[in-house]
Structures are given as C-alpha cells and as structure tokens.
Ligand binder design. Structure first.
Ligand SMILES: [Fe+2]
Length: 781
C-alpha cells in the first residue's frame, strides 16, 4: 500500500506548484508543504493523533515527539511506556504550540500505571510549558506549566484536586478542554473509563498567559522524585485539536533527523567524492533499517541506492564517487517506515549538494562549543543560514555532559550511547537547517565523549583510580560509545588518511579534504596526546599550573606526544601535496598555545593549562615546524575565548596563524589579560589594543596575539543576552585563492551578521592575512 504521507506529500506538491509557482527544488517542495500545513492549521476540524498502535517496539517514539530523556522511553505493544520511576519524564508534542489563549483546545490521552510505587506519583498532561524565549525547542527543557492529570489517586488540575478516587492501574482516559474567556482561560479536565463512564471532573480558570507554550505528557509530575520513588505509566492515542494551537508540521524531527555531507576532490580516478550521512532516531529490530538516497538530475529523481543504518549510531552513510561537482544537485534521503500491519509510511529529508566553488572565494563558517544554557542558539544558527557559507566547521563540544538534564550515563555502552544520542540530537535540532545545504566538517572533542578534558593517549582506557574524567589521560567511556561519537560526527567526512584504529579499537578520523580550491587537514589533536599524569604541575591538579613562579619547562618531558607520530607523518605529506588546490587550512580542536590567563572565575589566574595545545612544548614546536611549509591557517575552537594569533618556534612570528573561534554559547569562561598580570610583551600591533603583541605563554611558547575577545561575567537571565555577554559568537573565514588571502571575521552572538555594523565583531576583527604570513613572511603589524 502506498503510504499516506507519500500521498499527502504528492498532493501538497501539486498544490504547492499551483499556488506558489513551485517546485524549484526539493526544498521548494518542503516549503510548499510547510506553507500548506500552516494554512490548514487554522481549520477548525484539524486534529492530530499521536498513536503507537502500528509502531514497532523501539526507543525513538515519533517525529512529533521530543522525549525527556529519550533513553527512559520505549514504544511497547502499541503505546509509549516510561522505563523509569524517576520524576518529570515527559513527552512534548513539538508540532503544536498553544499560541491563542482566546481560542479553544481539546486534548485526550489514554494512560495506565504499569509499575513503580503504590503511592501514585502522578501522570497526565502539562500545558503552558515555556522557557523565557517561549520557543518550542527550548520549551521542552523548561520547568513550570500547569499539570492536568491524576496525582495520588485524585484528579488534579493546577492547584485544584478532585474528591473521587481514581485508580490508574485501570486504563483511564483523560480529556482536557480549554475555552478562552477574555483574559482568562477556562480549563476542564475529565477522567473517564475507556467505555466513556465519567470518573471525575474539575474546572478552573487560569490567566491566559499561563496556557501559552508547549503541551506535553508527564510521567511523575514531581520533578524531585528520584529513580525508585515514582510510578511508571503507559500512554497511548494522544489527540490534540483546536484553534488555540499553531501547528507546524515542518517541525517534525525524524525519522531522518538531519543529514551531514562532505564533498572532496579525491585526486584519484574517483574524481570528486560525495559522502553523506542520514541520522535517524534509534529504531527497533522490526523496523526498516535502510535509507535511500536520491538525487535530482534533469528534473527527475534518480536513486543512488540504499545504505544500512548502523544500529549503534543510527547513521546511514553513502559514499558516491565520480560526483558531478560542477552543478548544485538537490538530494533527498528517504525512509519507509514499516508499520506492524504491513503498511509503509514514507518520509524524507532533503537539501542541496553545493557545486564545488570555483572562480570565487571560499567562505567557511567556523563554530565551536555549544553549552545548552544557550540552546537552541537561534541567533548563531540563523546568521549561518543567512550568510550562506560554502562549508561549516564544528570543532567540538557539540554537547556538554549536562545537556538537556536528567544526568549522565557512563556505562554500560548501550544506555550510555542512548544518553549521548539525545544530547547530540540537540545539536542537530539547532543546526540542521545550516547543515542540509552545505558541507559540514564536525569533529568531536572532550565533552562529546563525556570528559571535561581529553588527553587521548592513543586510545588507552583511563585509569579511573588515578584521577577524574577531567584531569587524567585516556578515554573514560566504553570504546563502543566513543566510536558512536566519532561515527555520528565524522562518518560523512572524506575518507580518513589511515583508518587503523587506536587502542581499544577506537576509530580515528584524521585526513584531508580538497574543496573550493582549498586543501584541508582534519586532525584529532587530542586523540594521541599524552596525559598530565606523566608530569607534576605542583598544584594538586594534574593539568593546572597555578603558581606564577613554577618552571613550566620541567613539564616538557622527553617522549610526550601532542599530535602523535601518525598525524605528524600525515601532516608532512599533506604539506607537500598541492594537487587540486592553492591554499591550505588546518582544522583541529584547539590552539597550539596557552592564550588564556584566567579560567573559570574572573580572578581565576592560571599560569598554564595542560589541556591547551601549548603542551607538551617540544611536540608543539615540531607540529608547527612540520606545518610551516603548508602555509595553512589553523582554525580551531574549544577555549570559549576567541583569539587571533601567530605561532613562533625559533623566533616570534615565524609560522602559521591561528583563529580560535568564539563559542556558540560559552560556558566555562576564560580570559586573556596578560597586561593585568604583568606578562611582558613586545611589538604591540599598530591598532594598539590591550593584551596584544608578542608574548611567551605560560609554557614559554612564542605567541603573537593580534586580537582577543574577552568576555564579561555572565549575569543576564535571558539565555541569548547571557551568551552574548559571555563572548559567544562564531567565525567566518573567506579564502581568496586568487588574491591568496584569508579574511577573518569574528562575530558576536546577538547580532545580524549581514547588516555590516562595526560593533557586530569582536575588537580587532575583521583581519585579512596573506598566505605567506603563515610561513612567517609577515606583513601585518
Ligand atoms: Fe568547550
């Protein structure tokens, strides 16, 4: 049987073409669908029903649902079941927003208690769930709202409780209706048996503002309940109807959540190679586990075949050699969801593979570090889409351990992976519009593998007896989970240089890419790095040097690694290989110097941080010496403190420049305030900005700091204002391969990057450097 979704899509396509003069591309089709859906949204008889009656058992629930946390929920026997007795597990209907308090709304759900404590911890609806932004994704993580359900055996609606006993061990239907009355909304909650016999009813009035926001189902209303304290419930057939809701079907998230692709000149008989990954939510054993890739050629869709989903990472990756890089090519990824009754429901995710940029400069969006307090980072994500760069680069910390709440699962691997995936999905949810239409390079850093810092020690397991996950060498997480992190971030990258795994079978991802006449080296600059346990910082913390008089040369012990011999030999070859490109860029996690004097708190002076790429000093110098011939610009991140600097080895300014980009949303703050702590400097640039010039960093490395974006202390309540205060933003690098220049823009968080205002950028930017300056042939001063 043809799927309903497919038929509707085709119908909408026809409508779209007729109404809007579309379709131009797949995107146009989707825009048409979106517009059509929005138009239908205000039809009074539009009703949404989320039912799992034909869904196979699995973790991922539905494209219309965001589950908190994903790992605590399962589809089981035709319903959504909570797996834990902990507090405030919830499901948000992300296609719906309660936007009109004067309108009407009606919801219904069937629920039943299936386990947990005798004392009823409560389940039912929550309405009015909203963050300070009242934006649908951020609302999913907000506290507050009005509960409407059953608590301790009684009906409960806001602060009101019913008098009759209701036993949720029996399947019960909850009906919530709302009618706007001026500045108030009248809410009525009814509990009834499946056959429609009323058990109890409550009615109350609330201020109209209180109902606005997300609607959700909740398992254990009390957020303070720990695992073991509450109940477990089973929910099915959730319906939502009414003109109080704005419905936006384009907010569906899955089964294909998003995609990432790369395009690279292989300089072999394979020509340009496209690699693209589709990411789905974790599906079930009985679900279809194949994705199809189609491209549009001469106006017709052509299948390029199917790829199997990896059932740990839930990624399906296609590798397409002989790609026609000369034209922009619309693509779509298709998933046919097999239902339990044998029917199929087809859905798609689409975008455009850009043509390889030629005859004009290449523009790269450069991003790092997204702390969830700033989720979903709207101003940055929107600026990237508006600027329309040819490539985007995420240099790590796509998530932090606390992302989305509900704690961290470190082991065993299977639940740790699900715990990771939900956090990672918040990244895709924020940036999928930016990633669908342009190549993405995305490397993992420490927090992505649930560590505060990482010194990978060539894949060695961390000795957890000798230190915590932030100040110790090796990998803390099971190798299987680490490999999922690598696969979800990098499976779509051009082929790795040498795929031989490191210890524990942990995968590597270093390699190169040639795109837009520019050659890129992609490194894992912490994967082989030696850990701080090899040296003594004298501070009590293995990775921090606090004493200003400490001789950091003592930390430069023989035999320590920074990039590791495999990546060093790769870089030697890469620096000599100029086939197919004229300029080079090095992409790695962090800057090869300690460009921060204060950490954590405004007065938290730190002489040196072994997490920086300035340690160990000898392999740091060797890496820069190897790279000098490449004349590459180093683009990195990680620091939450943007800086533009130039490395020195034999003398100041004898090698490449480094652009450490601002964090998308800066968490842990750092500052570079050498003037204040009396670090000597020479040759301050002619712009005269404080804290710039030639310095020896805390390790004694030569570093010429040209510009820095020190943050304020974050005090604002609004997340975007706070992110702006804390020095968040993003970079844009424009590589002109004819002029042989790199223009480096460094944008703040809450700005419109297209309006040309000077104050959009951090002090000292934009800066244009010439290719030769990356080999110490200096012009800027
Ligand atoms: Fe970070």
């Amino acid at each position: 049987m043809k799927s309903l979704t497919r038929r509707i899509t085709l119908k909408i396509l026809a409508l779209g073409g007729a109404c809007f003069g579309l379709p131009r591309t797949v995107r146009s089709e989707e825009q048409a669908a979106t517009r059509d859906t929005t138009r239908l949204a205000h039809s009074p008889d539009l009703s949404t029903k989320v039912s799992w009656s034909k869904t196979h058992d699995r973790v991922w629930l539905d494209p219309r649902i965001w589950a908190n946390p994903m790992e605590d929920w399962r589809v089981r026997d035709g319903a959504a079941e909570c797996q834990t007795t902990g507090g405030n597990r919830n499901l948000h209907l992300i296609t719906h927003q309660w936007t009109d308090p004067t309108g009407s709304a009606d919801m219904r759900v069937s629920l039943q208690k299936i386990g947990g404590q005798q004392k009823d911890a409560g389940a039912g609806f929550r309405i009015g769930a909203k963050s300070e932004l009242n934006e649908y994704r951020s609302n999913c993580f907000a506290s507050g709202g009005i509960n409407a359900g059953v608590l301790e055996g009684k009906l409960v609606l806001g602060r009101n409780a019913g008098s009759k006993s209701i036993d949720l061990a029996d399947e019960t239907t909850l009906r919530l209706s709302a009618r706007g009355h001026g500045a108030q909304v009248e809410l009525t909650l009814i509990a009834e048996t499946p056959s429609g016999k009323k058990l109890d009813q409550l009615t109350t009035k609330v201020q109209s503002q209180a109902v606005l926001g997300n609607i959700a189902l909740v398992n254990n209303f009390n957020a303070k309940l720990k695992k073991g304290q509450g109940g477990r419930y089973r929910f099915k057939d959730w319906t939502a109807t009414g003109n109080a809701f704005t419905v936006d079907e384009s907010r569906r998230f899955g089964p294909i959540l998003w995609s990432m692709y790369s395009l690279s000149d292989s300089r072999s008989d394979e020509g340009f190679v496209l690699k693209i990954s589709a990411l789905t939510g974790p599906l079930g054993k009985q679900d279809n586990q194949k994705i199809e890739l189609q491209i549009q050629v001469d106006g017709n869709w052509k299948s390029l075949g199917h790829a199997e989903l990896d059932t740990d990472a839930w990624t399906a990756t296609f590798r397409i050699p002989h790609w026609n890089e000369k034209v922009a090519t619309p693509y779509r990824l298709l998933y046919a969801e097999l239902k339990t009754d044998g029917t199929e429901e087809e859905s798609s995710w689409s975008g455009v593979v850009k043509a390889n940029p030629t005859g004009r400069p290449l523009r790269i969006g450069a991003l790092t570090c997204q702390n969830h307090y700033g989720f979903p980072y709207g101003p940055v994500a929107e600026n990237i889409v508006k600027l329309d760069p040819d490539l985007i680069y995420f240099s790590g910390d796509q998530l932090y351990e606390s992302h989305g709440g509900y704690g961290l699962i470190r082991e065993p691997a299977e639940p740790a992976i699900l715990n990771y995936l939900r956090k990672y999905y918040m990244f895709g949810w924020s940036f999928r519009e930016a990633m669908r239409d342009r190549p993405t390079i995305c490397i993992a850093d420490d927090h992505d593998v649930f560590q505060g810092n990482i010194w990978g020690e060539g894949g060695a397991p961390m000795d957890v007896q000798t230190g915590g996950a932030s100040s110790n060498g090796g990998y803390r997480e099971p190798a299987r989970m680490v490999n999922v992190v690598h696969r979800t971030n990098t499976a779509h990258h051009p082929d790795v240089h040498d795929p031989t795994p490191v210890q524990q079978g942990i995968s590597v991802y270093y390699g190169d890419m040639v795109y837009g006449n520019v050659g890129f080296a992609i490194l894992g600059d912490r994967q082989f790095k030696s850990g701080p346990q090899h040296v003594d910082t004298g501070s009590g913390r293995a990775d921090h040097v606090k004493d200003p008089s400490f001789q950091t040369s003592a930390l430069d012990k023989p035999g320590l690694h920074l990039l590791g011999s495999r990546q060093e030999s790769f870089l030697k070859k890469w620096g000599e290989d100029w086939r197919g490109h004229k300029m080079k860029i090095l992409l790695s996690q962090t800057v090869f110097a300690g460009v921060a004097t204060h950490h954590g708190k405004y007065d938290g002076y730190l002489k040196a941080d072994l997490d920086s790429g300035g340690w160990p000093q000898t392999p740091r110098d060797r890496a820069i010496d190897i790279l000098r011939q490449s004349k590459a610009l180093h683009i990195n991140g990680d620091q939450h403190l943007t800086s533009l600097s130039q490395y020195g080895v034999q003398k100041q300014r004898d090698s490449m420049w480094s652009f450490c980009t601002p964090a998308i949303a800066a968490g842990y703050p750092r500052w570079w305030r050498p003037d204040e702590v009396g670090m000597p400097h020479q040759k301050r640039p002619t712009h005269g900005l404080e804290n710039t010039g030639e310095y020896l960093d805390g390790f004694g490395n030569m570093i010429y700091v040209y510009a820095v974006g020190n943050p304020e202390v974050g005090t604002k309540k609004n997340r975007y204002e706070k992110a702006h205060q804390k020095g968040s933003g993003f970079g844009l690098v424009t590589v002109d391969t004819e002029e042989k220049t790199y223009q480096i823009d460094c944008f703040r968080f809450m700005i419109d990057a297209t309006d040309g205002k000077r104050e959009n950028q951090f002090p000292g930017w934009p800066v244009t450097i010439r290719q030769q300056e990356n080999a110490g042939d200096n012009i800027i001063g």
